[in-house]
Design a protein around this ligand. Sequence first.
Ligand code: NAP
Length: 337
Amino acid sequence: MERTREAVTTVLRWGILGPGRIAPRIVRGVGSCPRGEVVAVGSRDAARAAAFAATHGIPRSHGSYDALLADAEVDVVYVALPNHLHAEWTIRALEAGKHVLCEKPLALTVAEVDAIATAADRTGRLAVEAFMYLHHPQIIRAVELARSGALGPLELVQGSFSFFLTYPGDPRIDPSMGGGSLWDVGCYPVSFARRVAGEDPDRVGAFARFDERGVDRTFIGQMHFPGGLLAEFDCGFAAPDRQRLEIVGQAATLVLDSPFLTAPDGPPPSLALRRGDETTQVDVAAVDQVWAEVEDLTAAILDGTPPRVDLPFSRGSIAALVELDRAARRDAGLPEG
Ligand SMILES: NC(=O)c1ccc[n+]([C@@H]2O[C@H](COP(=O)([O-])OP(=O)(O)OC[C@H]3O[C@@H](n4cnc5c(N)ncnc54)[C@H](OP(=O)(O)O)[C@@H]3O)[C@@H](O)[C@H]2O)c1
């Protein structure tokens, strides 16, 4: 079905699926957007939904995910569930006539992304992966500079993202819920390298330390792109807080010291250009990237602009993650997922 602009609605009404750790950020992001309001939240537990609604001033709460999807006064659903539920609830929301912002990773297989794309086409609704960092001006500028030739011919992209995961029973360390540091935080440097390359890797290599349940706690990966660019990254749940990106060209290097979680959820943005012995800071606006992500989807729905993170981009990210995961499992002698 061809997508049409929302003729009547000028303020999008958001519903949240899953009142967990990340959900308050979307309340903040939508709250800063003049064309959006959070009107409902759905949980498997009615009391949990009601408590979240009361805390965040949300008018309606629902005691099941189906009830939220049946709420006729919700236009956009934010899927903030554990990874293994992303594809299923994105498709169900699309089929209920809602647009969807789904947390990363959008899915755990390429077939799931294809099923989402089919549902989006069929229903004429948008489904977008919530890679909030890709909406930050520092990332947009870094990619622009790298792709403009300002760094000379590009050689290498490096990225790191790690933290100590200490919650027992966390879905992120559950193999049946799409657990593992690659899916949770490795997806950031992988998506960034693909953004810089402007294409998908044709070869990958990877090693990981897996726990006794086959969940990767520390992961290192490498990607080779058809145009010659090389990328490497590490990620993990067993090392101190680290986030960094470097784009290395023959003439200059760009360094981002807080690329993924920036203020107000992390340090301020920092984009430095190193040429020889000289380092200059590139001016970038310090905005809430969750707000920027909400604005982007709002414009896509109401004004018909293309979303910054589209489904073909997400499909490429998931394909790369699947191949990286397989490579590390093969190396460790584990069954490939
Ligand atoms: N973009 C980002 O910056 C960012 C940051 C953190 C997380 N994330 C992503 O956002 C998603 C949610 O992360 P989170 O940290 O908010 O997750 P979480 O708090 O562990 O779980 C979110 C909600 O999922 C629901 N849920 C449904 N089935 C569940 C199950 N079997 N076990 C546990 N919870 C279940 C729970 O809600 P009810 O039980 O109330 O229904 C829970 O509150 C993940 O995919 C993660 O990768 C993104």
